[in-house]
Design a protein around this ligand. Sequence first.
Ligand code: FES
Ligand code: FES
Length: 165
Amino acid sequence: MSLALNLVLNGQPRTVDLDDPRTTLLDLLREHLALTGAKKGCDRGQCGACTVLVDGRRINSCLALAVTLDGCEVTTIEGLADGGRLHPVQAAFVNNDAFQCGYCTPGQIMSAVALLAEGHAGDDPERVRELMSGNICRCGAYRGITEAILEAHRTLADTDREDAA
Ligand code: FES
Ligand code: FES
């Protein structure tokens, strides 16, 4: 028996038939919906490669059972750009060479988007590193990642100031 799961996926309402209630959100995205941006690194909540947003909060999608997310809003790296325009965090990762192999990058970016939205990091590199500690980069591109997040923070703050003016 399959279960009907309703999601808002990257801004679009979707109904998905789940054959197996044990399917994780990560497997649903990658294996059933062909959204392969979120990566499977450890599959046990230890690397952050699978990070996506659920209702605006970052989660390890390898640990979330899809069946528990009925009615939720899910955002993946595929849903971040605005048409052809990169999200400020994506643009900042490019500007700062914040990757080498790129395997961890979608998870790093999704985590950074949520971190900036949470408003906790400010312009403190140590705080950024601490708040990003759940996202492992085996290539050691941490310096660029931190610089990218700080740049995105400045870009988003400038945008907020312009919007308020
Ligand atoms: S694959 Fe989910 S945390 Fe590593
Ligand atoms: S860029 Fe290779 S794992 Fe991070």
